[in-house]
Design a protein around this ligand. Structure first.
Ligand code: AMP
Ligand code: MG
Length: 422
């Protein structure tokens, strides 16, 4: 358990907060992420998207019986010629759920369907495509090996072994796996409570007319979507004016009611100063200028027991910093383990990209198969950090590392998908 405080860690850090590399900021945040501990037992369907708080131990062998992987006939391997034809007498059938109760003797075979129990005496299955039936005389051909097409009991899991480890996020495959063990309830971590609000005098909520220079608040909607998708309990605290008193009240209320507080806006140069003063009073927060685009200003810290992420105000910056910093941190706090970094791929960029070395850029792209089958990516057009349409049109980030400069068409670039299959 780390007892390191944020101020100790930031002093020990030899990086300039005014030019913080993306990886370094991630690693810094990582030091303070102790997962929730409270758990609850839920029926397995309700566990979808939640994190397992205990190992799931298999109470049974999976599969429970030695069974056939094919439709065909079961027999003794010793009766089959390795090559050439063999004729055996069919003495019964073993269908899924309706086993053959006898023993297969020399010269005999049993009709068997996929999932059917391999009867006593038999050890091998020949698939029906390699058999010809004349009444009860079945002739097998082709080359056959002892034990083929037989799934052994306990081949997937033996009784008493760990089917799923604590920390695993329950997806459809896990639901099915748990159900296959006959388990109806599992222990999961309680949901992570994340309170969020937008800051800015120019922000209006939907349903109110806009005055001169005012805009509708969109960040609370993207945050609602991203937090809900991740499996967090999202607590919307509305829009807070750029007023120290109102902000202080909001921060105190959020920190008292949630595990994590996320805000957007108010951390950029000029605005950060009074927020900094306030944070010095409420908790311990570091303010960074991350060497990235979009999403340069970012604050991270603790307000009481709550973690705090101060995201920039620009709508695209909010999404990029959420995915690149908050996502992994929230998963860890939710109890997920291991938290794998989002996978990246290499694709050929088909357009010219403007890029300055010295920072990581997360441009928004469309990844697709080129006619030759290779992966190709193109940017979604205008890449301004306020242009949410560039995110909406995208299916991936094009990640251009610190050292990279302008990208010419035909260059290989790193991409990261915005959506997963599950
Ligand atoms: P800030 O970081 O507060 O200086 O905001 C940077 C830019 O993002 C400004 O143009 C703000 O108007 C805009 N912005 C801030 N918060 C929001 C929000 N919740 N929804 C839409 N735009 C926002
Ligand atoms: Mg603002």
């Amino acid at each position: 358990m780390t007892t390191l405080t944020i101020s100790q860690a930031s002093c020990a850090d030899d990086y300039d907060p005014n030019s913080m590399p993306v990886d370094k900021a991630r690693a810094f945040i990582h030091q303070f992420l102790a997962p929730v501990t409270a758990t609850l037992r839920v029926p397995i369907r309700s566990a979808l998207g939640r994190v397992l708080a205990e190992d799931v131990i298999s109470p049974v062998d999976v599969p429970a019986h030695r069974n056939s992987a094919m439709d065909g006939w079961a027999m003794r391997a010793a009766d089959l010629k390795g090559e050439g034809e063999t004729t055996l007498q069919e003495v019964g059938a073993s269908f899924a759920g309706k086993p053959f109760m006898g023993t297969v003797k020399a010269g005999e075979c049993v009709r068997i369907m996929t999932g059917g129990v391999v009867p006593a005496g038999a050890d091998t299955v020949v698939m029906q495509e390699r058999a010809k039936a004349h009444g009860r005389s079945i002739t097998f051909s082709g080359s056959n090996k002892a034990g083929q097409n037989v799934r052994e009991a306990g081949e997937d899991l033996t009784a008493g072994s760990v089917a799923l480890r604590r920390g695993r996020i329950v997806r459809p495959a896990e639901l099915g796996l748990i159900a296959s063990l006959g388990i109806g309830e599992v222990s999961v971590y309680r949901p992570l409570r994340v309170a969020y609000f937008s800051t800015g005098d120019e922000l209006k909520s939907i349903g109110t007319a806009l005055g001169e220079g005012e805009i509708y608040d969109s960040n609370r909607y993207t945050l609602h979507g991203m937090l809900t998708r991740l499996g967090c309990e999202a607590l919307d605290m509305g829009v807070i004016r750029d007023d120290p008193k109102a902000l202080e009240t909001a921060f105190r209320e959020a920190a008292a009611n949630a595990d994590v507080v996320i805000t957007s806006g108010g951390v950029s140069v000029g605005e950060a100063d009074f927020v900094k003063d306030m944070m010095a009073k409420l908790g311990e927060v570091v303010f960074w200028k991350i060497a990235m685009k979009p999403g340069r200003p970012l604050a991270y810290g603790k307000i009481g027991a709550a973690h705090f992420f101060g995201l920039p105000g620009n709508p695209v910056s909010v999404m990029v910093t959420f995915y690149q910093f908050a996502r992994d941190a929230l998963l860890r706090l939710m109890g997920a383990s291991p938290v794998e970094p989002l996978p990246t791929f290499t694709a050929t960029c088909t357009a010219r990209l403007k890029k300055a070395p010295g920072r990581t850029e997360f441009q928004r792209g469309i990844l697709a198969r080129a006619p030759d089958g290779s992966l190709a990516v193109r940017p979604t057009g205008e890449q301004g950090s306020g242009i949410l349409k560039s995110m909406s049109d995208a299916n991936c980030f094009i990640i251009l590392g610190d050292k990279v400069g302008n990208v010419e068409p035909g260059t290989a670039v790193e991409v990261q998908l915005l959506e997963g299959i599950v």
